[in-house]
Design a protein around this ligand. Structure first.
Ligand code: NZQ
Ligand code: ZN
Length: 385
Protein backbone atom coordinates (compact mmCIF):
# COMPACT_ATOMS: atom_id res chain seq x y z
CA UNK A 1 0.00 0.00 0.00
CA UNK A 2 1.24 3.50 -0.74
CA UNK A 3 1.66 6.10 2.00
CA UNK A 4 -1.33 8.35 2.50
CA UNK A 5 -2.71 11.23 4.51
CA UNK A 6 -6.48 10.91 4.70
CA UNK A 7 -8.53 13.83 5.96
CA UNK A 8 -12.22 14.45 5.43
CA UNK A 9 -14.00 16.92 7.70
CA UNK A 10 -17.38 17.02 5.94
CA UNK A 11 -20.37 16.14 8.10
CA UNK A 12 -23.01 14.14 6.22
CA UNK A 13 -26.64 14.46 7.29
CA UNK A 14 -28.49 11.76 5.39
CA UNK A 15 -32.12 10.81 4.86
CA UNK A 16 -35.66 11.92 4.20
CA UNK A 17 -36.67 15.15 5.92
CA UNK A 18 -33.13 16.18 6.86
CA UNK A 19 -33.24 19.54 5.06
CA UNK A 20 -35.05 20.87 8.15
CA UNK A 21 -31.75 20.42 10.05
CA UNK A 22 -30.32 23.40 8.16
CA UNK A 23 -31.84 25.47 10.93
CA UNK A 24 -29.07 24.20 13.25
CA UNK A 25 -26.38 23.42 10.68
CA UNK A 26 -26.12 26.95 9.28
CA UNK A 27 -24.52 29.26 11.87
CA UNK A 28 -26.90 31.63 13.63
CA UNK A 29 -26.26 35.24 12.77
CA UNK A 30 -24.50 34.42 9.49
CA UNK A 31 -25.14 36.41 6.33
CA UNK A 32 -25.93 33.46 4.08
CA UNK A 33 -25.79 33.27 0.30
CA UNK A 34 -27.86 30.41 -1.12
CA UNK A 35 -26.53 29.38 -4.53
CA UNK A 36 -28.50 27.25 -6.97
CA UNK A 37 -28.89 26.26 -10.62
CA UNK A 38 -31.43 26.82 -13.35
CA UNK A 39 -34.61 26.24 -11.40
CA UNK A 40 -35.03 22.50 -10.70
CA UNK A 41 -35.09 23.26 -6.96
CA UNK A 42 -38.08 25.54 -7.38
CA UNK A 43 -39.99 22.86 -9.30
CA UNK A 44 -39.38 20.04 -6.81
CA UNK A 45 -39.94 21.80 -3.51
CA UNK A 46 -36.31 21.86 -2.35
CA UNK A 47 -36.20 25.65 -2.55
CA UNK A 48 -39.25 25.99 -0.28
CA UNK A 49 -37.89 23.49 2.25
CA UNK A 50 -34.55 25.27 2.45
CA UNK A 51 -36.19 28.66 2.85
CA UNK A 52 -38.49 27.33 5.55
CA UNK A 53 -35.55 25.83 7.47
CA UNK A 54 -33.68 29.15 7.24
CA UNK A 55 -36.65 31.36 8.10
CA UNK A 56 -34.74 32.81 11.07
CA UNK A 57 -31.53 33.41 9.08
CA UNK A 58 -30.48 36.30 6.85
CA UNK A 59 -30.46 34.74 3.39
CA UNK A 60 -29.48 36.20 0.02
CA UNK A 61 -29.88 34.25 -3.23
CA UNK A 62 -27.87 33.63 -6.37
CA UNK A 63 -29.53 31.43 -9.01
CA UNK A 64 -28.53 30.51 -12.55
CA UNK A 65 -25.34 28.48 -12.01
CA UNK A 66 -25.23 26.37 -15.17
CA UNK A 67 -24.21 22.73 -15.68
CA UNK A 68 -20.41 22.88 -16.10
CA UNK A 69 -20.36 26.07 -14.04
CA UNK A 70 -18.65 29.02 -15.65
CA UNK A 71 -16.13 31.51 -14.37
CA UNK A 72 -18.18 34.23 -16.04
CA UNK A 73 -21.33 33.47 -14.00
CA UNK A 74 -19.47 32.76 -10.78
CA UNK A 75 -17.71 36.12 -10.90
CA UNK A 76 -21.16 37.70 -10.55
CA UNK A 77 -21.72 35.64 -7.41
CA UNK A 78 -18.34 36.76 -6.03
CA UNK A 79 -19.36 40.37 -6.62
CA UNK A 80 -22.58 39.78 -4.67
CA UNK A 81 -20.65 38.13 -1.81
CA UNK A 82 -18.46 41.20 -1.53
CA UNK A 83 -21.29 43.72 -1.89
CA UNK A 84 -23.46 42.06 0.77
CA UNK A 85 -20.61 41.02 3.10
CA UNK A 86 -21.70 37.37 2.90
CA UNK A 87 -19.95 35.11 5.39
CA UNK A 88 -21.53 31.69 4.73
CA UNK A 89 -22.47 29.94 1.47
CA UNK A 90 -25.13 27.29 0.99
CA UNK A 91 -24.97 25.36 -2.29
CA UNK A 92 -28.29 23.75 -3.24
CA UNK A 93 -28.13 21.50 -6.30
CA UNK A 94 -25.91 19.05 -8.16
CA UNK A 95 -22.18 18.92 -8.67
CA UNK A 96 -22.16 22.05 -10.77
CA UNK A 97 -23.71 24.21 -8.06
CA UNK A 98 -21.47 22.74 -5.37
CA UNK A 99 -18.33 23.11 -7.51
CA UNK A 100 -19.34 26.65 -8.40
CA UNK A 101 -19.84 27.47 -4.72
CA UNK A 102 -16.35 26.15 -3.93
CA UNK A 103 -14.95 28.53 -6.51
CA UNK A 104 -16.95 31.40 -5.03
CA UNK A 105 -15.83 30.45 -1.49
CA UNK A 106 -12.16 30.54 -2.46
CA UNK A 107 -12.43 33.25 -5.13
CA UNK A 108 -14.01 35.76 -2.75
CA UNK A 109 -10.89 35.71 -0.57
CA UNK A 110 -8.07 35.22 -3.05
CA UNK A 111 -5.79 38.08 -4.14
CA UNK A 112 -6.24 39.19 -7.75
CA UNK A 113 -8.27 37.46 -10.46
CA UNK A 114 -9.88 34.26 -9.11
CA UNK A 115 -9.12 32.46 -12.39
CA UNK A 116 -5.57 32.25 -11.05
CA UNK A 117 -6.89 29.52 -8.71
CA UNK A 118 -7.31 27.25 -11.73
CA UNK A 119 -4.01 28.29 -13.29
CA UNK A 120 -2.07 27.79 -10.08
CA UNK A 121 -3.80 24.53 -9.05
CA UNK A 122 -5.09 26.36 -5.96
CA UNK A 123 -1.59 26.94 -4.55
CA UNK A 124 -2.69 30.53 -3.94
CA UNK A 125 -5.78 29.51 -1.94
CA UNK A 126 -4.97 30.27 1.70
CA UNK A 127 -8.56 30.44 2.98
CA UNK A 128 -12.16 30.17 1.81
CA UNK A 129 -15.57 31.18 3.07
CA UNK A 130 -17.23 28.38 5.04
CA UNK A 131 -20.05 26.65 3.22
CA UNK A 132 -22.50 23.76 3.30
CA UNK A 133 -24.46 21.91 0.63
CA UNK A 134 -27.82 20.35 -0.06
CA UNK A 135 -27.28 17.70 -2.73
CA UNK A 136 -29.97 17.00 -5.34
CA UNK A 137 -28.04 14.85 -7.83
CA UNK A 138 -25.88 11.88 -6.83
CA UNK A 139 -22.90 11.78 -9.18
CA UNK A 140 -19.79 13.84 -8.56
CA UNK A 141 -18.95 13.34 -4.88
CA UNK A 142 -18.42 17.11 -4.68
CA UNK A 143 -20.62 17.12 -1.57
CA UNK A 144 -17.83 15.41 0.39
CA UNK A 145 -14.60 16.30 -1.37
CA UNK A 146 -12.32 19.26 -1.87
CA UNK A 147 -12.35 19.36 -5.68
CA UNK A 148 -14.17 21.49 -8.23
CA UNK A 149 -14.20 21.80 -12.00
CA UNK A 150 -14.75 25.23 -13.56
CA UNK A 151 -15.23 26.23 -17.20
CA UNK A 152 -14.19 29.48 -18.82
CA UNK A 153 -16.59 30.14 -21.67
CA UNK A 154 -14.44 32.73 -23.38
CA UNK A 155 -11.48 30.39 -23.84
CA UNK A 156 -13.22 26.97 -23.89
CA UNK A 157 -11.12 25.80 -20.94
CA UNK A 158 -12.38 23.35 -18.32
CA UNK A 159 -9.95 23.00 -15.41
CA UNK A 160 -10.09 21.30 -12.01
CA UNK A 161 -8.72 22.54 -8.71
CA UNK A 162 -8.52 21.04 -5.25
CA UNK A 163 -7.84 22.65 -1.88
CA UNK A 164 -8.41 21.47 1.67
CA UNK A 165 -10.03 24.87 2.29
CA UNK A 166 -13.05 23.96 0.16
CA UNK A 167 -14.40 20.86 1.87
CA UNK A 168 -18.06 21.55 2.63
CA UNK A 169 -18.63 21.89 6.38
CA UNK A 170 -21.69 19.71 5.97
CA UNK A 171 -23.84 18.21 3.23
CA UNK A 172 -27.48 17.25 3.49
CA UNK A 173 -28.39 14.21 1.38
CA UNK A 174 -32.12 13.53 1.10
CA UNK A 175 -32.69 10.71 -1.41
CA UNK A 176 -36.33 11.74 -1.99
CA UNK A 177 -35.05 14.96 -3.56
CA UNK A 178 -33.58 12.91 -6.41
CA UNK A 179 -36.98 11.52 -7.49
CA UNK A 180 -37.48 14.41 -9.91
CA UNK A 181 -34.23 13.85 -11.80
CA UNK A 182 -34.72 13.29 -15.53
CA UNK A 183 -33.57 9.82 -16.69
CA UNK A 184 -30.63 11.42 -18.48
CA UNK A 185 -29.25 12.81 -15.22
CA UNK A 186 -29.85 9.57 -13.32
CA UNK A 187 -27.87 7.71 -15.98
CA UNK A 188 -25.17 10.37 -15.94
CA UNK A 189 -24.83 10.08 -12.18
CA UNK A 190 -24.48 6.30 -12.29
CA UNK A 191 -21.78 6.51 -14.97
CA UNK A 192 -19.88 9.33 -13.24
CA UNK A 193 -19.78 7.47 -9.92
CA UNK A 194 -18.77 4.24 -11.67
CA UNK A 195 -15.90 5.93 -13.49
CA UNK A 196 -14.74 7.69 -10.30
CA UNK A 197 -14.28 4.28 -8.73
CA UNK A 198 -12.53 2.94 -11.84
CA UNK A 199 -10.06 5.85 -11.91
CA UNK A 200 -8.88 4.84 -8.43
CA UNK A 201 -9.26 1.04 -8.64
CA UNK A 202 -8.51 -0.09 -12.17
CA UNK A 203 -4.79 0.68 -12.24
CA UNK A 204 -2.23 -1.86 -10.96
CA UNK A 205 -2.22 -3.94 -7.77
CA UNK A 206 -0.94 -2.03 -4.74
CA UNK A 207 -1.75 -4.52 -2.01
CA UNK A 208 -4.63 -2.33 -0.81
CA UNK A 209 -7.13 -5.02 0.04
CA UNK A 210 -9.73 -2.91 1.80
CA UNK A 211 -9.69 -0.17 -0.83
CA UNK A 212 -10.15 -2.83 -3.52
CA UNK A 213 -13.04 -4.52 -1.72
CA UNK A 214 -14.72 -1.17 -1.03
CA UNK A 215 -14.31 -0.18 -4.68
CA UNK A 216 -15.74 -3.49 -5.88
CA UNK A 217 -18.66 -3.08 -3.48
CA UNK A 218 -19.44 0.34 -4.88
CA UNK A 219 -19.21 -0.90 -8.48
CA UNK A 220 -21.44 -3.91 -7.74
CA UNK A 221 -24.00 -1.67 -6.05
CA UNK A 222 -24.12 0.58 -9.11
CA UNK A 223 -24.56 -2.43 -11.40
CA UNK A 224 -27.34 -3.79 -9.16
CA UNK A 225 -29.23 -0.61 -8.33
CA UNK A 226 -28.46 1.66 -11.30
CA UNK A 227 -31.03 0.12 -13.64
CA UNK A 228 -33.55 -0.08 -10.76
CA UNK A 229 -33.23 3.66 -10.14
CA UNK A 230 -34.37 4.22 -13.72
CA UNK A 231 -37.14 1.61 -13.62
CA UNK A 232 -38.51 2.61 -10.18
CA UNK A 233 -37.74 6.32 -9.67
CA UNK A 234 -39.56 6.45 -6.31
CA UNK A 235 -37.86 3.44 -4.73
CA UNK A 236 -36.35 5.03 -1.60
CA UNK A 237 -33.89 2.24 -0.78
CA UNK A 238 -32.53 2.25 -4.32
CA UNK A 239 -32.13 6.03 -4.41
CA UNK A 240 -30.56 6.02 -0.94
CA UNK A 241 -28.00 3.42 -1.92
CA UNK A 242 -27.21 5.23 -5.14
CA UNK A 243 -26.73 8.52 -3.33
CA UNK A 244 -24.38 7.16 -0.69
CA UNK A 245 -22.47 5.13 -3.29
CA UNK A 246 -21.80 8.23 -5.39
CA UNK A 247 -20.54 10.09 -2.32
CA UNK A 248 -18.22 7.26 -1.24
CA UNK A 249 -16.92 6.91 -4.79
CA UNK A 250 -15.03 10.19 -4.52
CA UNK A 251 -14.62 11.25 -0.90
CA UNK A 252 -11.01 10.10 -0.64
CA UNK A 253 -11.64 6.81 1.15
CA UNK A 254 -11.11 4.33 -1.71
CA UNK A 255 -8.38 6.55 -3.17
CA UNK A 256 -6.16 6.49 -0.09
CA UNK A 257 -2.96 4.48 -0.53
CA UNK A 258 -3.56 3.45 -4.13
CA UNK A 259 -2.33 4.72 -7.53
CA UNK A 260 -4.76 6.95 -9.45
CA UNK A 261 -5.44 7.12 -13.18
CA UNK A 262 -7.80 10.04 -14.14
CA UNK A 263 -6.80 9.98 -17.83
CA UNK A 264 -10.42 9.30 -18.82
CA UNK A 265 -11.56 12.39 -16.92
CA UNK A 266 -8.89 14.64 -18.46
CA UNK A 267 -9.75 13.59 -22.02
CA UNK A 268 -13.43 13.89 -21.12
CA UNK A 269 -13.04 17.46 -19.85
CA UNK A 270 -11.70 18.51 -23.25
CA UNK A 271 -14.69 16.90 -24.99
CA UNK A 272 -17.06 18.86 -22.75
CA UNK A 273 -15.17 22.13 -23.20
CA UNK A 274 -15.04 21.83 -27.00
CA UNK A 275 -18.30 20.05 -27.84
CA UNK A 276 -20.61 20.51 -24.85
CA UNK A 277 -21.20 16.85 -24.00
CA UNK A 278 -22.41 16.19 -20.45
CA UNK A 279 -19.53 15.22 -18.15
CA UNK A 280 -20.73 11.62 -17.77
CA UNK A 281 -21.36 11.25 -21.50
CA UNK A 282 -17.68 11.92 -22.13
CA UNK A 283 -16.70 9.30 -19.56
CA UNK A 284 -19.01 6.67 -21.06
CA UNK A 285 -17.34 7.26 -24.42
CA UNK A 286 -13.73 7.42 -23.25
CA UNK A 287 -13.46 4.80 -20.48
CA UNK A 288 -14.15 1.63 -22.54
CA UNK A 289 -11.71 2.82 -25.23
CA UNK A 290 -9.13 3.76 -22.58
CA UNK A 291 -9.33 0.26 -21.09
CA UNK A 292 -9.01 -1.35 -24.53
CA UNK A 293 -5.92 0.65 -25.45
CA UNK A 294 -4.21 0.13 -22.06
CA UNK A 295 -5.34 -3.43 -21.35
CA UNK A 296 -1.80 -4.80 -21.06
CA UNK A 297 -0.76 -2.22 -18.43
CA UNK A 298 -3.95 -2.85 -16.50
CA UNK A 299 -3.99 -6.60 -17.03
CA UNK A 300 -3.89 -7.79 -13.41
CA UNK A 301 -6.58 -5.40 -12.22
CA UNK A 302 -8.78 -6.07 -15.27
CA UNK A 303 -8.75 -9.78 -14.42
CA UNK A 304 -9.63 -9.03 -10.80
CA UNK A 305 -12.41 -6.68 -11.94
CA UNK A 306 -13.77 -9.28 -14.38
CA UNK A 307 -14.04 -11.88 -11.66
CA UNK A 308 -15.19 -9.83 -8.69
CA UNK A 309 -17.54 -7.33 -10.33
CA UNK A 310 -18.82 -9.29 -13.35
CA UNK A 311 -18.35 -12.89 -12.17
CA UNK A 312 -16.43 -13.73 -15.32
CA UNK A 313 -14.35 -16.80 -14.50
CA UNK A 314 -14.46 -18.97 -17.63
CA UNK A 315 -12.21 -18.68 -20.66
CA UNK A 316 -8.64 -17.54 -21.17
CA UNK A 317 -7.28 -14.34 -19.66
CA UNK A 318 -7.57 -12.26 -22.80
CA UNK A 319 -11.11 -13.38 -23.36
CA UNK A 320 -12.10 -12.53 -19.78
CA UNK A 321 -10.59 -9.07 -20.08
CA UNK A 322 -12.41 -8.41 -23.37
CA UNK A 323 -15.67 -9.57 -21.84
CA UNK A 324 -15.24 -7.33 -18.77
CA UNK A 325 -14.66 -4.25 -20.94
CA UNK A 326 -17.61 -5.15 -23.19
CA UNK A 327 -19.84 -5.63 -20.13
CA UNK A 328 -18.75 -2.21 -18.83
CA UNK A 329 -19.70 -0.53 -22.09
CA UNK A 330 -23.01 -2.42 -22.25
CA UNK A 331 -23.78 -1.34 -18.66
CA UNK A 332 -23.33 2.34 -19.55
CA UNK A 333 -25.65 1.88 -22.53
CA UNK A 334 -28.17 0.05 -20.34
CA UNK A 335 -28.53 3.15 -18.15
CA UNK A 336 -29.11 5.26 -21.23
CA UNK A 337 -25.71 6.83 -21.77
CA UNK A 338 -24.25 6.55 -25.28
CA UNK A 339 -20.71 5.16 -25.46
CA UNK A 340 -19.56 6.24 -28.91
CA UNK A 341 -18.93 9.67 -30.42
CA UNK A 342 -21.56 9.16 -33.16
CA UNK A 343 -24.17 8.82 -30.37
CA UNK A 344 -23.55 12.57 -29.94
CA UNK A 345 -23.34 13.40 -33.66
CA UNK A 346 -19.57 13.58 -33.50
CA UNK A 347 -16.91 11.70 -35.46
CA UNK A 348 -13.23 11.56 -36.36
CA UNK A 349 -13.12 15.35 -36.79
CA UNK A 350 -12.89 15.79 -32.99
CA UNK A 351 -9.69 13.79 -32.56
CA UNK A 352 -7.27 16.49 -33.76
CA UNK A 353 -8.78 19.33 -31.69
CA UNK A 354 -9.04 17.23 -28.52
CA UNK A 355 -5.41 16.07 -28.77
CA UNK A 356 -4.34 19.65 -29.43
CA UNK A 357 -6.26 20.88 -26.39
CA UNK A 358 -4.64 18.20 -24.21
CA UNK A 359 -1.22 19.39 -25.38
CA UNK A 360 -2.10 23.04 -24.82
CA UNK A 361 -3.21 22.20 -21.27
CA UNK A 362 -0.11 20.08 -20.57
CA UNK A 363 -2.17 16.92 -20.24
CA UNK A 364 0.65 15.01 -21.90
CA UNK A 365 1.67 12.50 -19.20
CA UNK A 366 -1.59 11.12 -17.88
CA UNK A 367 -2.50 7.93 -16.08
CA UNK A 368 -1.16 5.96 -13.14
CA UNK A 369 2.20 5.50 -14.84
CA UNK A 370 2.24 8.94 -16.48
CA UNK A 371 2.57 7.23 -19.86
CA UNK A 372 -0.66 8.35 -21.49
CA UNK A 373 0.91 10.70 -24.01
CA UNK A 374 -1.04 12.64 -26.64
CA UNK A 375 -0.34 9.72 -29.00
CA UNK A 376 -2.00 7.29 -26.61
CA UNK A 377 -4.94 9.69 -26.18
CA UNK A 378 -5.24 9.81 -29.96
CA UNK A 379 -5.45 6.00 -30.12
CA UNK A 380 -8.11 6.07 -27.42
CA UNK A 381 -10.18 8.62 -29.32
CA UNK A 382 -9.88 6.55 -32.50
CA UNK A 383 -11.58 3.70 -30.63
CA UNK A 384 -14.47 6.00 -29.58
CA UNK A 385 -15.92 6.11 -33.09
O1 NZQ B 1 -29.67 23.68 -12.92
P1 NZQ B 1 -30.86 22.96 -12.39
O2 NZQ B 1 -32.13 23.57 -12.79
O3 NZQ B 1 -30.78 22.73 -10.91
O4 NZQ B 1 -30.91 21.51 -13.10
C1 NZQ B 1 -29.87 20.56 -12.98
C2 NZQ B 1 -28.99 20.49 -14.22
O5 NZQ B 1 -29.70 20.90 -15.37
C3 NZQ B 1 -30.50 19.19 -12.94
N1 NZQ B 1 -30.88 18.72 -11.61
C4 NZQ B 1 -30.11 18.64 -10.51
N2 NZQ B 1 -30.80 18.10 -9.49
C5 NZQ B 1 -32.06 17.86 -9.95
C6 NZQ B 1 -32.12 18.26 -11.30
N3 NZQ B 1 -33.23 18.15 -12.03
C7 NZQ B 1 -34.31 17.62 -11.43
N4 NZQ B 1 -34.32 17.19 -10.14
C8 NZQ B 1 -33.23 17.28 -9.38
N5 NZQ B 1 -33.23 16.81 -8.12
O6 NZQ B 1 -29.49 18.31 -13.44
C9 NZQ B 1 -28.70 19.02 -14.40
C10 NZQ B 1 -27.24 18.66 -14.24
O7 NZQ B 1 -26.76 19.15 -13.00
P2 NZQ B 1 -25.18 19.22 -12.70
O8 NZQ B 1 -25.02 19.77 -11.35
O9 NZQ B 1 -24.49 19.87 -13.83
O10 NZQ B 1 -24.76 17.67 -12.75
P3 NZQ B 1 -23.66 16.87 -11.98
O11 NZQ B 1 -24.00 16.72 -10.55
O12 NZQ B 1 -23.45 15.67 -12.80
O13 NZQ B 1 -22.36 17.81 -12.04
C11 NZQ B 1 -21.54 17.87 -13.15
C12 NZQ B 1 -20.36 18.82 -12.92
O14 NZQ B 1 -19.51 18.32 -11.87
C13 NZQ B 1 -18.16 18.25 -12.34
C14 NZQ B 1 -18.35 18.00 -13.81
O15 NZQ B 1 -17.17 18.28 -14.54
C15 NZQ B 1 -19.48 18.93 -14.15
O16 NZQ B 1 -19.03 20.25 -14.32
N6 NZQ B 1 -17.42 17.24 -11.57
C16 NZQ B 1 -17.05 17.53 -10.31
C17 NZQ B 1 -16.29 16.69 -9.54
C18 NZQ B 1 -15.88 17.02 -8.17
N7 NZQ B 1 -16.17 18.20 -7.66
O17 NZQ B 1 -15.25 16.22 -7.49
C19 NZQ B 1 -15.79 15.41 -10.06
C20 NZQ B 1 -16.48 14.98 -11.31
O18 NZQ B 1 -15.60 14.13 -12.01
C21 NZQ B 1 -16.91 16.06 -12.22
O19 NZQ B 1 -15.84 16.44 -13.07
ZN1 ZN C 1 -16.48 12.64 -12.92
Amino acid sequence: MLNFDFYNPTRIVFGEGQIAKLRELVPQGARVLMLFGGGSIRANGVYDEVKAALAQHTVFEFGGIEPNPTYETLMEAIALVKAERIDFLLAVGGGSVIDGSKFVAAGALVDGDPWSILEQHAKNVKAALPFGAVLTLPATGSEMNAGAVITRKATLEKFAFGSRHVYPQFSVLDPTKTYTLPARQVGNGIVDAFVHVMEQYLTYPAGAKVQDRFAEGLLSTLVEDGPKALAEPHNYEVRANLMWTATLALNGLIGAGVPHDWATHMVGHELTALYGLDHAQTLAVVLPAMLRVRREDKRAKLLQYAERVWNIVDGGEDERISQAIDRTEAFFRSVGVGTRLPDYQLGAEVIGPVVKALEAHRMVKLGERRDVTPEVSRKVLELCL
